[in-house]
Ligand binder design. Structure first.
Ligand code: GNR
Ligand code: NI
Length: 168
């Protein structure tokens, strides 16, 4: 088990598109365990493999208050989305200290595989719906700040580069 290092925006590796998982082996399950440990340590409600510089389509989520309901999504796909949209104030472990409103479909149906290769489908709403869409975006190389205006994106980029310099 290990807590992995989380890439920070504007690291260009956050924009790599992750490849589908083809083999459901112990290596995948070790990655899932390390990602869960990293998410709980952060703490966060979700983590995409892209954020730990592994460019495979793996996501972990736990939106429970008790932090004992890990959900694993391998090769997740949104197969349908509600017409209704909802604005939610999002944050991201790769964009620390920044919280901004993003509008997304309120409900989504997601198909995925678990870490043993078993397919499943879920209807997500509320925070889970926000989170799974946010995580699938990471797998596609997209960070939530890309929904904001270019001015806001450039301010966020400058702020994070400055805090990186000050931390060095
Ligand atoms: O911990 C997280 N909280 C969060 C809050 C609102 C919308 C999305 C998220 S996901 C985030 C963890 C993260 O960065 N996942 O990629
Ligand atoms: Ni994120």
């Amino acid at each position: 088990m290990a807590v992995l290092k989380i890439l920070r925006y504007p690291d260009p590796r956050l924009h790599q598109v992750a490849a589908p998982v083809e083999v459901f082996d112990d290596r995948l399950r070790a990655l899932v365990r390390d990602m869960a440990e990293t998410m709980y340590a952060a703490p966060g409600v979700g983590l995409a493999a892209t954020q730990v510089d592994v460019h495979q389509r793996v996501v972990v989520i736990d939106v429970s208050d008790t932090k004992d309901r890990l959900q694993v999504f391998v090769n997740p796909r949104v197969v349908s989305a509600s017409d209704a949209r909802k604005v939610y104030e999002e944050g991201c472990l790769s964009v620390p200290g920044i919280y901004e409103e993003v509008e997304r479909p309120e409900q989504v149906r997601v198909e995925a595989f678990d870490e043993h290769g078993e397919p499943f489908s879920i209807d997500a709403d509320e925070l889970l719906a926000v989170c799974i869409q946010h995580e699938i975006d990471h797998l596609d190389g997209k960070v939530f700040v890309q929904y904001l205006s270019r001015l806001k994106q450039s301010r966020i980029r400058s702020r994070l580069l400055k805090s990186e310099r000050e931390a060095a």
